[in-house]
Design a protein around this ligand. Structure first.
Ligand code: ATP
Length: 237
């Protein structure tokens, strides 16, 4: 089996007295696209925030590239290639597209930043067309592309995407899933959090289902897509 890039075991996270994640266990192997699905409030975002150092777990362990990353801050983790595109995108509204992409490379001190911006423009021609435009004037879908492009500028080894299709038009949703697939096909390992279960499992190698703070199902994406419980709960059947 391929190398385990990310291994989360018994993760518990609380907001004050509210237990948002109650013992989640999941892993992501090199080269995989893994989808984490579940309803609103299931604890998916909280899990990603704990993985990326934005929230401190109450219990459990998180290993990245075979080592515990307990206590490491988000910045240190980005530098090591563990990079998240947050829900809501976080565009720098008063910076141009190009400047937003340069910000994504802030942890790097090599000379290939400009070449990488061109690679991002290959993946997202729309960003190239708009490169002098201010981030805040882009549409929701374009800002999602920008957020993904900015994350790629950090040269992720594992890319964590939090609900990239949220709030987008059907055409943009198609485009975003196409790009997620493209990024995966180009060799990046991806953990995709989505409420759009059919699309997310359609692209994935494996999947996890989260309910009320717990991982309740895990398996090959195709098997989950065909599972009657998943179909009833998440695919509207
Ligand atoms: P969504 O798709 O709606 O983002 P999710 O599966 O990502 O859902 P989380 O955002 O992780 O779920 O939320 C899990 C639980 O934690 C929910 O009950 C939510 O209300 C609660 N929660 C999230 N953020 C906070 C916060 N900052 N303070 C208190 N409770 C929170």
């Amino acid at each position: 089996m391929s190398e385990i890039m990310l291994k989360v075991t018994g993760l518990k996270v609380a907001y004050g007295g509210i237990q948002a994640v109650k013992g989640a266990t999941l892993e992501v192997h090199a080269g995989e696209l893994v989808s984490l699905i579940g309803a609103n409030g299931a604890g998916k975002t909280t899990t990603l925030k704990a993985i990326t150092g934005l929230l401190e777990p109450k219990d459990g362990s998180i290993e990245y590239l075979g080592r515990s990353i307990k206590g490491q801050g988000a910045w240190e983790l980005v530098k090591q290639g563990l990079v998240m595109v947050p829900e809501g995108r976080g565009t720098f509204t008063r910076m141009t597209i190009t400047e937003n992409l340069q910000m994504g490379a802030f942890t790097r001190d090599d000379k290939e930043v400009e070449a990488d911006i061109e690679k991002v423009f290959d993946i997202f021609p729309r960003l190239k067309e708009r490169r002098h435009q201010l981030g805040g004037t882009m549409s929701g879908g374009e800002q999602q592309m920008l957020a993904m492009g900015r994350a790629l500028m950090a040269r992720p080894k594992v890319l964590l995407l939090d609900e990239p299709s949220m709030g987008l038009s059907p055409i943009m949703v198609d485009k975003i899933f196409e790009v997620v697939n493209d990024i995966h096909q180009r060799g990046t390992t991806v953990l995709l959090v989505e409420q759009n279960a059919s699309r997310a499992l359609g692209l994935a190698n494996r999947g996890y289902v989260m309910e009320s703070g717990e991982v309740t199902m895990a398996g090959e994406a195709k098997a989950l897509l065909n599972d009657p419980k998943v179909r009833a709960a998440y695919l509207g059947e």
